[in-house]
Ligand binder design. Structure first.
Ligand SMILES: [Zn+2]
Length: 233
């Protein structure tokens, strides 16, 4: 089940249940209007309806969560299968604060990808990687080729920075260290911050290297499409 944002609902029945929804169709991968005929209530908590894609005529199951009084719950519309659209990566707001133009490039690449414009999306991704390299590197390296920029990243970016100051926090005199003297004083906020710190570390030390290794092996084993026109050789 994927959340369908309320802004995608184009029109509603008099009881405010969605009548038409415009979104990316999971079947034909095109932006399309889905129309509901009736909504069927199931129990007291939800109503369901099969909506048909106006382009490919295949159906998508929509589920609407209900309030206790049977009215529609805001932000309570879901669909299955999911719209097929790729959602922005978590933490994209940090890219936005690093550089608004880079964030816009990422947004465009995602939008093109979600419209099945593979080539155009990939060209923007290449441009995005070049821009990211230029943003992270010293000024004299900003005109390097994309491959050179990516190579230079490991020297120019301070990769140890996320790990700085963590030891201090957990030392006996540090923010967390002091609280361990009497664990009964540790409240939810502290427990949450400490858990988050551990999760960020695991992310950086374990998850990122692991997922990067998986991705590289998928890239290495992916079938490469034949170059156009080379078939006759
Ligand atoms: Zn469709």
């Amino acid at each position: 089940m994927q959340l369908v944002h309320d802004v995608l609902v184009q029109s509603r029945f008099s009881n405010t249940f969605p009548r038409t929804v415009e979104m990316l169709c999971p079947h034909c991968l095109k932006e399309a209007v889905f129309e509901a005929r009736t909504w069927q209530e199931h129990g007291r908590q939800l109503a369901a309806s099969d909506l048909e894609c106006a382009r490919c005529e295949k159906t998508v199951l929509f589920v609407q969560l209900l309030e206790l009084d049977g009215t529609r719950k805001d932000a309570g519309l879901f669909c299955h299968p999911g719209s097929g659209g790729r959602e922005p990566m978590p933490g994209v707001e940090h890219l936005q604060s690093l550089s608004a133009p880079l964030a816009r490039s990422y947004e465009s690449a995602l939008k093109l990808y979600n419209h099945a414009e593979w080539g155009a999306s990939s060209l923007i991704v290449r441009h995005l990687l070049g821009g990211l390299g230029a943003r992270m590197l010293a000024e004299d390296k900003r005109d390097l080729s994309l491959a050179r920029k990516l190579e230079a990243l490991q020297q120019d970016v301070d990769l140890a920075r996320p790990l700085q100051d963590i030891a201090q926090l957990l030392a006996p005199s540090g923010t967390f260290g002091r609280q361990f003297e009497d664990e009964s004083t540790i409240d939810k906020a502290t427990a949450e911050l400490l858990l988050e710190l551990a999760e960020q570390l695991i992310n950086y030390l374990v998850v990122l290297p692991g997922t990067m290794a998986d991705l590289k092996s998928r890239i290495a084993t992916a079938p490469v499409p034949l170059r156009r026109g080379s078939g006759a050789a």
